[in-house]
Design a protein around this ligand. Structure first.
Ligand code: NAD
Length: 514
């Protein structure tokens, strides 16, 4: 455990060979990679190197998938009650270690400690739901479909499954993946984001402490080579991916071509439509929180506001509330907005802000050049608001993934709906109104997979599924909930006939049974 948490004790500014290394998890052991290729892990608030992560070698990746393959036979036959008990212990261990997990997230990812706890908590909820597997995995039966004949189905695991995760939710997204996949009886190969691997390693240690058999979960690290390995290895039957469109579309196509199931959750541009009849106080607070929380690095961030009619007049107050947020390192008391993941990400966000200005948007609040005392080397951008934005502008077309709210205006609800529907993404949206008919019209006409009515970030709880759509999703079955169970299982249908002895057939039937 100490070894895993070593990055927490680090505080140096320059790279040295004594920087702690992230282990691979192969066949139940945390092992040092033999690779010669390593990537640095940085604290985004300081850019200090806090650890190193290996690009696993081909031999190591093969060992990991072979371990998953070998273990599948016994794990898939392990009683469902035993599997359930392990995950019941696991969810308790996650709860017991939530502060440690959150500290690791803040160190490597940068978000505030309170938000990091939320990150763990939302993943924990999926793990808790996975513990209902004894109900979730029930098959169906239909007795007496004809004389003496019954049909029933088994819902069964599919084999080795793999997960490829992004940097922005180091706990929640891996916990959307391996607990559900494994409780169904699959074995699992995880590739966490190379930028934030620490949290996944601690989650693996906790799963080991909960009693999971060696080889059921294996973890490799790396970038493109690891992703290609997962897409190509014939033993891997299904891939769960969350991340950018560039990677997600590639993985969907390469994995599908190789005959695998792929579910691919990707980028977003979520619109919040503000009607003039909305509760102003609540709406402005919710908009500010959902646009700038986690420094805008959430796939469900409300990064685009459409102010309808007189709601335009609320802009000055929106700016005032946004200004009040405190930008600071995630582990500092009172921090509201932490740093972006990397200097490159900060440069990209600043470039997109400037592109908005150059294309004619109005910069109402400029978070560039924010000064954070004691953290001058961090990747900070403060809350930024661009108004008078139009759909042709680059800052509207691209996912910014930073603390930038772009504001458009519309005269009517119909105009707002067509703006949302013309945007290629379909991850999430929200409408703020006190009129039920307006809300109903919006929810029925808007082509987005997850809709909030006076709820700014409508991420469904795990008894439902995460149902992003259009450009935000590729695949047929979504993450967690009923669809998650379908993704990680296959159906076997059995039709059986048990005749009484005196009812033996007299001659062969050559026609199709009806
Ligand atoms: P990313 O695509 O850069 O990385 C995700 C994973 O893919 C990583 O494990 C990485 O190693 C790998 N990868 C990166 N580039 C690749 C490439 N070209 N080919 C193959 N593999 C590659 O994403 P990120 O920057 O870590 O995460 C941010 C993105 O994730 C945003 O676009 C955000 O909207 C999206 N996201 C979506 C959801 C959702 O549920 N829809 C949730 C969280 C994040």
């Amino acid at each position: 455990m100490n070894d895993l948490l070593a990055p927490l004790q680090m505080g140096r500014r320059c790279y040295s060979s004594s920087v702690p290394t992230t282990k691979l998890f192969i066949d139940g052991k945390f092992v040092e990679s033999n690779t010669s290729e390593w990537l640095d892990i940085h604290n985004p608030a300081t850019n200090e190197v806090v650890g190193r992560v290996p690009k696993a070698t081909q031999t190591e990746m093969l060992a990991a998938v072979e371990s998953c393959s070998r273990t599948f036979a016994s794990w898939s036959e392990t009683s469902i009650l035993t599997r359930q008990q392990i995950f019941l212990r696991y969810q308790q261990l996650i709860k017991d270690n939530i502060k440690e997990l959150a500290r690791l997230i803040t160190l490597e990812q940068g978000k505030t400690l309170a938000d990091a706890e939320g990150d763990v908590f939302r993943g924990l909820q999926v793990t808790e739901h996975a513990c209902s597997i004894t109900s979730l995995m029930l098959g169906e039966t239909l007795p007496s479909i004809t004389k003496d004949m019954d049909t029933y189905t088994y819902r069964l695991p599919i084999g080795v499954c793999a997960g490829i995760a992004p940097f922005n939710f180091p706990a929640m997204i891996p916990l959307w993946m391996f607990p559900l996949g494994m409780v169904c009886g699959n074995t699992y190969l995880m590739k966490p984001s190379e930028r934030v691997p620490g949290c996944t390693m601690l989650l693996a240690k906790l799963l080991q402490d909960a009693g999971i058999p060696d080889g059921t979960l294996n973890i490799i690290h790396g970038q493109h080579a690891a992703v290609n390995f997962i897409c190509d290895h014939p033993a891997i039957k299904a891939i769960s991916f969350v991340g950018s469109n560039q990677a997600g579309e590639y993985i969907y196509e390469r994995g599908s071509k190789n005959g695998k199931r792929v579910q691919s959750n990707m980028g977003a541009k979520n619109h919040g439509v503000v009607m003039p009849d909305a509760n102003k106080e609540n709406t402005l607070n919710q908009l500010v929180g959902a646009a700038f929380g986690a420094a805008g690095q959430r796939c469900m961030a409300l990064s685009t506001a459409i102010l309808v009619g007189e709601a335009r007049d609320w802009l000055p107050e929106l700016v005032e509330r946004s200004k009040a947020l405190r930008v600071n390192a995630g582990d500092q008391p009172g921090a509201d907005v932490g740093p972006l993941i990397s200097p490159e990400s900060r440069a990209r966000v600043e470039m997109l802000i400037q592109s908005g200005v150059d294309e004619g948007a109005t910069l109402l609040l400029d978070g560039r050049n924010v000064h954070v005392k004691g953290y001058e080397n961090g990747n900070f951008v403060g809350p930024t608001i661009l108004s008078n934005v139009t759909p042709e502008m680059k800052c509207y077309k691209e996912e910014i993934f930073g603390p930038v709210l772009v504001v458009l205006e519309a005269d009517t609800l119909d105009k707002a709906i067509s703006l949302v529907n013309d945007n290629p993404y379909g991850n999430g949206t929200a409408i703020f109104t006190t009129n039920g008919a307006t809300a109903r019209k919006y929810t029925h006409e808007v082509e987005v997979g997850q809709i909030g009515v006076n709820v700014p970030i409508p991420v469904p709880l795990p008894m439902f599924s995460f149902t992003g759509s259009r450009g935000s999703f590729r695949g047929d079955m979504n993450f967690y909930g009923k669809q998650g169970i379908q993704f990680y299982t296959q159906i076997k249908t059995i039709t059986s006939q048990w005749k009484a002895e005196d009812a033996t057939t007299k001659s062969p039937a050559v026609t199709m049974p009806t």
